[in-house]
Design a protein around this ligand. Structure first.
Ligand SMILES: [Zn+2]
Length: 406
């Protein structure tokens, strides 16, 4: 289908993620956007016993770490895990990074994800992501606690922003890595740069100990790396949130140890990575308390250094199994509409509504007759198809083979 054509698709269930599930509804698409949803028209494609729902939004990936799958399982020693990630990154050639990003992108699309918030270690992922059909914010990571390192990181980030021109689908952002690795002045500068910002925040209990008491295993880790500078440290995760007050949108990634009363402004979203959270053996995530307070919470997989795959359906199903306090509808919204809002894309994607892009996933359902949300989250069927702007991006169309000329 070209973007100028009309297309009508249907399935047993349609979950708009805005309003009630619709049975046997037809999604009408023109020029890549949704024209209408409703009954009464004949469809060109019938996906059968399946659900059509908005393409998933994965708010936290590091596609350049795709090669770490299974190689560095999280353990009790957080600093050793971090050190292994740093070593791995330093060992990569540019070609290897490009290949890992491409592999991660293919896996992302295969799992029904149509919008990502990706962190790139040195900015290299930008090109591969910007050339792919996915929607994205690509955040360039910045590290540097001592003044001089922070200034160098800022210079590099500034020139990267200058080279990375936003496209229709891909926007550049900045990621001050975490409060234990990034000087307050660098966090504040990111927050005032006029681009989207993502920061790992309150991920580890040891981070709170470092910020509030300037002690603990992270101090030793920073000393061993030769980058210990207590003058550069923020005083608490809440201080960091204030430093980022000017940035819109802001991702506060993990938030595992955020104080229950931490003030979180409307432009910020807590990104919960359920299986990564589990793999580190953290205390229960404050997701319910945050949602009850009206804080937006979206979902992410994090990298394959701490997660088995890049499947958002995997995150949603895991959450459905381990957090019965979260309604199925809330879980689906966190992986779609809330994620799109978190990345500043909700006006164009994240729900299936007229005027938005036709970005959707198709997931086969079991044959039983029950609630479509429960069936989606309790079955084991994988995503069958992924569409972005009315174009199928997974599975890819077969390229025509070479014909014998006879
Ligand atoms: Zn991360």
């Amino acid at each position: 289908m070209s973007e100028t054509e009309h297309l009508r698709v249907t399935a047993r269930w349609l979950l708009p993620a805005a309003g009630e599930p619709l049975q046997n509804a037809v999604l009408e698409i023109a020029q890549g956007s949704i024209v209408s949803l409703g009954a009464g028209r004949k469809a060109d494609i019938d996906f059968g016993n399946a659900v059509i729902l908005p393409g998933f939004v994965n708010c936290h990936t590091h596609l350049d770490l795709t090669g770490l799958r299974g190689l560095n399982p999280p353990g009790d020693d957080r600093t050793e895990w971090l050190m292994n990630v740093i070593r791995f990154r330093r060992s990569l050639t540019e070609d290897e990074i490009d290949n890992f990003v491409a592999q991660g992108l293919a896996e992302t699309l295969r799992h029904g994800t149509t919008l990502i918030g990706d962190i790139t270690g040195d900015g290299r992922s930008w090109r591969t992501i910007a050339e792919s059909p996915i929607r994205a914010i690509v955040y360039r990571e910045m590290l540097g606690l001592p003044k001089e390192r922070a200034e160098q990181a800022w210079q590099k980030a500034q020139s990267w922003l200058g080279e990375s021109t936003a496209t229709d689908r891909c926007r550049p952002g900045l990621s001050p890595h975490a409060p234990y690795s990034t000087r307050t002045s660098l966090i504040r500068a990111a927050g005032s740069a006029g681009v989207p910002v993502a920061i790992h925040l309150a991920e580890f209990l040891e981070e709170r100990e470092l910020l509030e008491e300037q002690s603990g295993p992270f101090k030793k880790f920073l000393q061993e790396l030769g980058v210990w500078d207590p003058l550069g440290l923020a005083r608490s995760p809440e201080h960091v949130i204030r430093l980022l007050n000017g940035s819109e949108p802001t991702l506060l990634v993990h938030g595992n140890y955020l104080a229950p009363t931490a003030p979180i402004p409307d432009h910020a979203t807590v990104v919960y990575c359920p299986r990564t959270h589990e793999s580190f053996g953290h205390q229960p995530h404050p997701v319910s308390d945050l949602l009850h307070r009206g804080v937006r919470v979206a979902l992410g997989t994090d990298s394959l250094a701490s997660n088995p795959d890049l499947s958002m359906l995997g995150e949603m199903r895991f959450l459905h199994a381990v957090r019965p306090d979260l309604p199925a509808r809330t879980i689906v919204e966190m992986a779609t509409a809330a994620g799109a809002a978190a990345l500043g894309w909700l006006d164009r994607t994240g729900t299936l509504e007229p005027g938005k892009f036709a970005d959707f996933a198709v997931v086969p359902l079991p044959v039983e007759d029950s609630d479509p949300l429960e069936m989606l989250l309790e079955s084991t069927h994988e995503v069958a198809e992924t569409w972005i702007a009315g174009q199928r991006v997974f599975p890819r169309q077969q390229q025509p083979g070479l014909e014998d000329q006879g």
